[in-house]
Design a protein around this ligand. Sequence first.
Ligand code: A3P
Length: 308
Amino acid sequence: MNSPEMATIEQDALGEAMKAKSFKYKGISFEKRYTSPEVIDAIEHMEIRDNDVFLVTYPKSGTVWTQQILSLILNEGHRNGTEQITNIERAPAIEYNIHNVDFKSRPSPRLFSSHLPYYLMPKDLRFKTGKVVYVCRNPKDALVSYYHFFKMNPNIKCTVTWEAFLDLFIKGKVLCGSWFDHVRGWYTHKEDFNILIVKYEEMKKDLRFNVQKICKFLDITLNDKATDIVVERATFKNMKDDPLANYTFLPNDMYDKSKGVFLRKGIVGDWKNLMTVAQNEMFDKVYKEKMGDLPMKITWELNEETAS
Ligand code: A3P
């Protein structure tokens, strides 16, 4: 482990490197290369259709996983393999529209993804037009996943130590801001939206049950066979081998595939492999201070050996 002095120097270097590649807008850091304040502002006025579905997550909380689940639920062509379309095209991010998808001309039901806080989402969603599926993952695993993912970012040219990244994550000085603010914001404003909150850990415990829960929320009836297909194609193992779902389709100048993969481990409790006892205690303290007043149950670990 580095000395505290060393960690500080690296934190500063990392903080500076991130600042140079990002911009802060309305409290949130965005990656400069892929969006702008004008794009974020325009989202507020986006026209929403009744059957639009927005998948919202804090980064590394199961976005890609739930894109696959929702795409399979919403698109028969995706289920039966007649439409070979990548998940990022099926569920484009509204704030990072990297493929320049014309949202207006998309056929219904439209599916979008987003890492935005509740207050930057399209205003119409507040009038309960359209639906939001919010996926929440325990912050220690989201942090560890984010750390590994961050190392794949070819735009950040500096060494990232675990200690430095942990510090930035806790302070919310990472892209998309603070986990604590994101989850608290969505959780405390859930009554304003037509929203289903799904937990990553619950999906790990019982994927089929959660697929059915999502279907019910979306008013979609799938027969047993179709449900089986969704569950089967959304397992970690199958998604890892699925070129339309595993994100290997992204170019190397976006994510350096020699440094890691999107579908890394897919387990609950991986934080135990990286956090020291002292770091864990410090994290628990921060969690209690920031989230302790919310009646939110977080699952920190599951008894599992491997990802299903
Ligand atoms: P790990 O890095 O812990 O493995 P996001 O899509 O929001 O970026 O989140 C990525 C995390 O979700 C990664 O976590 C990835 O492995 C995990 N994930 C993706 N698909 C999954 C699946 N089918 N089952 C379980 N976890 C999955």
